[in-house]
Design a protein around this ligand. Structure first.
Ligand code: NDP
Ligand code: BG6
Length: 514
């Protein structure tokens, strides 16, 4: 190990991820890696990006010669930047693990550079600082993580590419969501970015794709014999993709009001889940093969009917002496805003596998629980011999496969089972794969997986331009209709199960939300 800043470097590169997908691992022994977090003073950087980088470092997953540069307008010294990072870090290792020394080592590799987002000279100065740290390596690769508001994506991409891209290695750029707010603005942004970056360089993030159970979806489907034969309209009655948060938009009202829940969660995170869930088996695990299949699903989706959309907004509620403020009580939200904080949408895929199967997507803020799940309800057993033996509601006694993305990650299958003992009575039980009782380890945060993939040049979990084109194509007409007609959202109390309209929508297709 070499010395840097007077300390021995203990991090060793790990290429397991690349090898698992049959990709050629990069030889990092001769290369340096510089990671620039643009918008370094922001919320996402502090909450997600630094903790993920540290966790990767701690696990020996970063290349040996890496450095992290924070870039933003706020003035900060390197020491203040390190304090800022450290104050937001929560060690994800269990208490018995010591990560104190590692943290010091990690912080020694973090530097801060203040500059404007549209000034090439500032980026050139950053580049010089990076070059000084990269010196001595045959090659230096650079990653720019654009953790900034989308209004400045293009100017930053322009400056980074003109004045700070790597002279000797590759330069990759991670672009955060939201990528546009409708089809037109998406196309504009895309065209602008294409003037400065190649498709190869761009990594459009959807952090739901980095979640453990989403990564596992394709494994569940294509590495098991038992599920795939059932994965079609022949056996599946409906599929529900549910996102629910038990807190409101507190503190993010300004951003949220511009977008609303459909753009914030459904058009991206939930639709991506549907695409992975419903796609055909890809030719290989190669990024392009997977994304080709996802695009086919998105392009096969039926135009969304406004009658299949429910929108809601949470209102304040006082319960047991506690007051929970409504969406409109947030000072950063314009008075009288009609912005939806809840939506349920029924979608259909017009292909041979899924024709007629409702995909019910539901997302809401300030609901009664925090959870993200995929629920697959199977059809009734034909000619069921045990119709009268169930001790439960017949309608609910069909098999159901639940993939719980969070919290308490799990996959379980609800099956009808004989209650042990004399007599013949059935009940519903679970074949249960709850992660924490089986795998005794902390799951990595989605951002860890995704940043590692960018380092490794693996694009499987990033969104391609044509996926976004199809996704915006699906949602733009209903978003326009909602906004043009100023459709009022149905109010629901903070902490409730959401507007009743969502239940009517499900009932229209003979479905009960799980
Ligand atoms: P912030 O609003 O915290 O902005 C990040 C930094 O950008 C700020 O610290 C500020 O730095 C600079 N900045 C903020 N507003 C402007 C502006 N109008 N013009 C120029 N610079 C500005 O954003 P977040 O960190 O919350 O999010 C970053 C990106 O990630 C956004 O695209 C967001 O949509 C996306 N995202 C965020 C999530 C979150 O949980 N926060 C979740 C998913 C995606 P300075 O003033 O020092 O230059
Ligand atoms: C973000 C949305 O993309 O995802 C937020 O902008 C939402 O509104 C968040 O809260 C949810 O992510 P997670 O990983 O906490 O479920």
């Amino acid at each position: 190990p070499e010395q840097q800043n007077g300390r021995q470097l203990t991090s060793t590169p790990s290429f397991s991820n690349m090898q698992a997908y049959g990709l050629e691992p990069q030889d990092w022994t001769k290369s340096a890696l510089s990671i620039v977090v643009v918008g370094a003073s922001g919320d996402l950087a502090r909450k997600k990006i630094y903790p993920s980088l540290f966790a990767l470092y701690n696990d020996g997953m970063l290349p040996e010669y890496f450095n992290i540069f924070g870039y933003a307008r706020s003035k900060m010294s390197d020491a203040e930047f390190r304090e800022y990072i450290a104050s937001g870090l929560t060690c994800r290792l269990s208490n018995k693990d010591e990560c104190g020394d590692k943290l010091e080592e990690f912080l020694d590799r973090c530097f801060y550079h203040a500059g404007q987002y549209s000034d090439s000279k500032d980026f050139a100065a950053l580049s010089e600082r990076m070059a000084a740290k990269e010196e001595g390596r045959k090659k230096a690769d650079r990653i720019f993580y654009l953790s900034i508001p989308p209004s400045i994506f293009t100017q930053v991409a322009a400056c980074a590419s003109d004045a700070a891209s790597s002279p000797s290695g590759w330069t990759r750029v991670i672009v955060e969501k939201p990528f546009g707010r409708d089809l037109e603005s998406f196309r504009e942004l895309s065209e602008e970015l294409n003037q400065h970056l190649t498709e190869d360089q761009m990594y459009r993030i959807d952090h739901y794709l980095g979640k453990e159970l989403i990564e596992n979806l394709t494994v569940l489907r294509f590495a098991n014999l038992v599920f795939e034969p059932l994965w079609s309209r022949q056996f599946i009655r409906n599929v529900q993709v549910i996102f629910s948060e038990d807190f409101g938009t507190e503190g993010r009202g300004g951003y949220f009001d511009e977008y609303g829940i459909i753009r914030d969660v459904i058009q991206n995170h939930l639709l991506q889940i549907v695409a992975l869930f419903a796609m055909e088996q890809p030719v290989s695990l190669d990024a392009e093969d997977i994304r080709n299949e996802k695009v086919k699903v998105l392009k096969s989706m039926r135009k969304i009917d406004m009658d299949d959309v429910v929108i809601g907004q949470y209102r304040g509620r006082t319960t047991k002496g506690n007051h929970y403020p409504g969406y409109l009580d947030d000072k950063t939200v314009p008075p009288g805003s009609l912005c939806p904080t809840f939506s349920a949408v029924a979608m259909f895929i017009n292909n041979a596998r899924w024709d007629g199967v409702p995909f019910l997507l539901k997302a809401g803020k300030a609901l009664h629980s925090r959870r993200a799940e995929i629920r697959v309800q199977f059809r009734h057993v034909p000619g069921n011999l045990y119709r009268n033996k169930l001790g439960v509601d017949l309608d609910r006694a069909t098999n159901e496969l639940v993939i719980r993305i969070q919290p308490n990650e799990a996959i379980y299958l609800k099956v009808n089972n004989k209650v042990p003992g004399l007599g013949l009575r059935l009940d519903v039980q679970k074949l249960d794969l709850t992660y924490k009782s089986i795998y005794n380890k902390h799951l990595p945060d989605a951002y860890e997986r995704l940043i590692l993939d960018v380092i490794n040049g693996d694009k499987r979990l990033f969104i391609r331009n044509d996926e976004l084109e199809a996704a915006w194509g699906l949602f733009t007409p209903i978003l326009q209709e909602i906004e043009e007609k100023q459709i009022a959202p149905e109010l629901y109390p903070y902490g409730s199960r959401g507007p009743v309209g969502a239940h009517y929508l499900a009932a229209k297709y003979g479905v009960r939300w799980g």
